[in-house]
Design a protein around this ligand. Structure first.
Ligand code: MEV
Length: 331
């Protein structure tokens, strides 16, 4: 039976939390090296239900919980319910390995549920959840990556990640030589179409590949700096409500990401089709190597969604300004 810090035992009722997926508007990969990034939550969520388990192994969706197959969940249980047996049930609208933040949404939802179950979370304390979820992602990714995905899955809405300070600071995360400041970003009304190539992109591999390139080559570091310039252009465009300039920044970022080697032909065909159909800008989103692309739309998204779909991607139009992690029960 779980116990609160004061020794009080909690009822073994289920605890359910959910967190949103995300897209990176600008700055993926470069953010790992200290350049800014802009991430936004999307209207697809992952739910995790935690119940006291029976027997001597924890389970996920009826299967024994194993670090090999469920590394994020296993780490979360090891850290937040040590020595306990729990049953986890997961349910996700966020497609995995698609660049839309499936592992961050899962990690944030399970962390939120386990902390609440243990009586260790003050309602509204996003920072504790974001920090713990980032530690887990970082361990799962062999010590790589930034707190971007876990922070936006926790906070929702829009998040600016930067070394420098902006308004509306949420929290600061340090890891080795890096310091990231996470800020709330109010999003202007805008429409994004997301196209999933169904080529599986693996964040850990792509981040490791870019890491090697940047370490070995001055050209690699130049591309990272240029991606940072594109993100800063995007921030100015967002602040002034200039959708055309934001689209230009996205196209510039896509160029950089192609040079970095994380794009694919299919992503590029989808971006080109979106632009031909009238998108203001289009780029891959997330770690690349497959996964998804996003297109910025003014007006009716349908022609652009159809054009992306004709390149073999499945598509959805996302609402923005989505809520972050939340309890899905009354506790
Ligand atoms: C993945 O969604 C974003 C990357 O920048 C990795 C990271 O920031 O951890 C590619």
């Amino acid at each position: 039976m779980p116990r609160a810090p004061d020794g009080r035992a909690f009822m073994p009722t289920p605890v359910t939390s959910s967190a949103p997926g995300k897209v990176i508007l600008l700055g993926e990969h470069a953010v790992v090296f200290g350049e800014p990034a802009i991430a936004v939550a999307i209207n697809k969520r992952t739910r995790v239900k935690v119940t006291d388990g029976e027997g001597d192994v924890s389970r996920v969706n009826g299967f024994p919980l194993s670090k090999q197959y469920h590394v994020h969940l296993a780490l979360a249980v090891e850290r937040l319910a040590p020595g306990e047996v729990v049953d986890l049930v997961t349910e996700s609208q966020v497609v995995s390995a698609a660049g839309t933040g499936s592992s961050a949404a899962l990690t944030v939802a399970v962390v939120h549920a386990l902390l609440r179950r243990a009586g260790k979370l003050v309602p509204g304390d996003e920072e504790t959840v974001a920090r713990e979820a980032y530690e887990i992602e970082w361990l799962a990714q062999n010590g790589r990556g930034s707190p971007t995905d876990t922070s936006v899955a926790t906070h929702g809405h829009g998040v600016i990640v930067a070394e420098e300070a902006f308004d509306e600071l949420l929290w600061t995360v340090k890891k080795g030589p890096r310091r990231w400041r996470l800020h709330h970003l109010d999003l202007p009304p805008m429409t994004l179409v997301v196209g999933n190539t169904h080529e599986r992109g693996r964040t850990m591999e792509q981040v490791a590949k870019v890491g090697r390139f940047v370490k070995q080559s001055g050209f690699g570091r130049e591309i990272i700096r240029d991606l940072g310039v594109a993100t800063r252009q995007g921030l100015v465009a967002l602040a002034s409500g200039d959708a055309i300039a934001l689209g230009d920044a996205m196209d510039r970022a896509q160029n950089g990401l192609e040079t970095l080697g994380v794009s694919t032909r299919k992503l590029e065909r989808a971006c080109a089709a979106a632009r031909d159909a009238g998108a203001l800008g289009a780029k891959l989103t997330g770690s690349g190597g497959g996964g998804s692309m996003i297109a910025l739309v003014q007006g009716d998204p349908l022609p652009i969604a159809k054009a992306i779909n004709r390149t073999g991607c499945s598509v959805f139009v996302t609402a923005l300004g989505v809520e972050g992690v939340r309890a899905e029960d009354k506790r």
